[in-house]
Design a protein around this ligand. Structure first.
Ligand code: PLP
Length: 221
């Protein structure tokens, strides 16, 4: 199926729910991004700063770029002012680096706190028990805003997916009840190609879909 046909199918599943679709274009050529753009998509996700920097200059300026991969502190300087939403805030050290660079440019970094909800050693994101400390630090910032939460859940069957999505939704709802400086719970970023329908049923407000739009990725090129 073509990129446009894939998008039509996915949007049909999302439409009445008002869920934001981020097209994850990592490893895919700019021609594919342009095809999705021509089909009406404006939100694109990349996971590597270098790849984002290669693609961004040659694509339309009204694209909203989402950084969905781990962000190293020494890469922050390359993205300031260019990323619509950083999904991977996962440490106080990264927070401080964002605050420093965005403040000096008089800009605001919009972020999601990434939670390692499955406690997987090979995944980034903070553990739930460190969430309060990170939130406290975010409240003292002037140039970093937190807009919600993001998670990449462990691979598993439907029951397992639902379990982790529910956990995320309950953390999201608990935080939403409280009042913070610089922090609001507007966006719950969860759900990928194989589990996005379950994620939406469990309360996701933003899904990140790659292969379901662009086809299988080839990492050996
Ligand atoms: C690659 C990636 C996705 C998209 O995964 P698909 O299975 O291709 O839909 C979503 N979120 C993150 C953080 C990713 O790295």
């Amino acid at each position: 199926m073509s990129i446009e046909e894939n998008l039509n199918d996915i949007e049909e599943n999302l439409n009445e729910k008002k869920v934001v679709l981020v097209a994850v274009s990592k490893t895919k050529p700019v021609e594919d991004i342009q095809s999705a753009y021509d089909a009406g998509i404006r939100d694109f996700g990349e996971n590597k700063v270098q790849e984002f920097m290669d693609k961004e200059p040659v694509l339309p300026k009204d694209i909203r770029w989402h950084l969905i991969g781990h962000l190293q502190r020494n890469k922050v300087k390359y993205i300031v002012g260019k990323i619509y939403l950083i999904h991977s805030l996962d440490s106080i050290r990264l927070l401080n680096e964002l605050e420093k660079h965005y403040k000096s440019e008089k800009l605001i970094a919009n972020t999601l706190i990434q939670i390692n909800i499955g406690r997987e050693e090979n995944k980034t994101g903070i553990y739930v028990e460190n969430l309060e400390n990170l939130i406290e630090a975010c409240e003292t910032c002037t140039s970093v805003k937190v807009k919600g939460l993001m998670a990449v859940i462990p691979q598993g069957d439907e029951k397992s997916c639902r379990h982790y999505f529910k956990k995320m939704k309950s953390i999201f709802d608990e935080l939403k009840k409280r009042k913070f400086n610089n922090i609001s719970m507007d966006i719950l970023s969860m759900g990928m190609t194989h589990d996005y329908k379950i994620a939406v049923e469990e309360g996701s407000t933003l899904v990140r879909i790659g292969e379901g739009i662009f086809g299988k990725r080839n990492y050996n090129k």
